[in-house]
Design a protein around this ligand. Structure first.
Ligand SMILES: NC(=O)c1ccc[n+]([C@@H]2O[C@H](COP(=O)([O-])OP(=O)(O)OC[C@H]3O[C@@H](n4cnc5c(N)ncnc54)[C@H](O)[C@@H]3O)[C@@H](O)[C@H]2O)c1
Length: 282
């Protein structure tokens, strides 16, 4: 594992829980946080994967521990928060990052007229209620040691409609609202809450779920010439948790290479007009 260079000075001594940290964006966030000096608890349903990732960080001399958790089970969420406080002696931040992305779930998340209420409840339980419960149990510890941050990974699917994935999108819109409400309710007690809405980020789940042709189509609509990487989200999460981000709260930050920044016809117009940065021929 190659470590990103540290760029934040104030994370040293802070303790952070990152959920969904065995893989993808959660692992990217845990890596950036640890590389910048934070003590990180990597929490995941895949306990072995979380332990292997934590061991990889420790091998670089970083402070990382792991715990197994099912974010659909409150008693396990309570144990996760207790484990962070027991191991690090404090808790400064929580990065909620888990969503149900398995094919058997996403494949049944179609249009509203095909709505499967069980899938909807299961997704809300893990994606949204789990994040809210983690915040509920983390907040008293974060307040007790002087304040900190709750970061929720939402999605651009929470700010735009899609042809499919109505349940996923609704749960992500819920996370944006949850973050705003945590910010409003606990701001004066020193808690900042921010949601991050990633666009296309190349993670194991995404690589399995979409074809290279889909990646090309989506990238064509972005304003930068690449798909996102887990560290793109990790860099922002670390900045928001650090003192450097201490005036930022109550908002959703879209990290999508400009995917949502333009007219829907962007890619077609670019194709028709060509490279607009070149001088127009006489
Ligand atoms: N990758 C993208 O393009 C993208 C875009 C927008 C938003 N997101 C969001 O980012 C987050 C991470 O996505 P990713 O692409 O890194 O996925 P990923 O599959 O690589 O990582 C998700 C992790 O969550 C864990 N997990 C699943 N169910 C769990 C549960 N019940 N309890 C605890 N852990 C559980 C998995 O074991 C896995 O390690 C998700 O919330 C996803 O919705 C991803």
């Amino acid at each position: 594992m190659e470590l990103p260079p540290p760029f934040l000075s104030s994370l040293r001594g802070k303790a952070v829980i990152v959920t969904g940290a065995a893989s993808g964006i959660g692992l990217g966030s845990a890596t950036v946080l640890a590389a910048n000096g934070a003590s990180v608890l990597l929490a995941d349903l895949n306990a072995d994967g979380a332990e292997a990732a934590a061991a990889g960080l420790r091998a670089h001399g970083l402070k990382a521990e792991a715990v197994g958790v099912d974010m659909g089970r409150e008693e396990q969420i309570v144990d996760m928060v207790k484990a962070a406080v027991a191991r690090f002696g404090r808790l400064d931040a929580l990065h909620n990052n888990v969503a149900l992305l398995a094919r058997e779930v996403v494949g049944r998340d179609l249009g509203i007229s095909e709505l499967d209420a069980d899938i909807f409840r299961q997704c809300l339980d893990v994606n949204l209620v789990g994040a809210a419960l983690a915040a509920k149990h983390a907040i008293p510890h974060i307040v007790a040691q002087g304040g900190g941050a709750i970061i929720n990974t939402a999605s651009i699917a929470g700010v735009r409609g899609e042809i499919v994935r109505a349940v996923y999108g609704s749960s992500k819109a819920g996370l944006i609202g949850l973050s705003r409400n945590i910010a409003a309710q606990y701001g004066k007690k020193g808690i900042r809450a921010v949601s991050i809405s990633p666009g296309l980020i190349m993670t194991p789940s995404i690589a399995k779920a979409i074809s290279p042709a889909q990646v090309d189509r989506l990238t064509r609509h972005a304003l930068v010439n690449r798909a996102g990487k887990p560290e793109d989200i990790g860099n922002l999460a670390a900045f928001l948790i650090a003192d450097e981000g201490s005036y930022i709260t109550g908002i959703d930050i879209v990290v999508d290479g400009g995917f949502l920044a333009h007219w829907p016809t962007f890619a077609e117009e670019l194709e028709a007009i060509g490279d607009v940065s070149q001088p127009v021929p006489e």
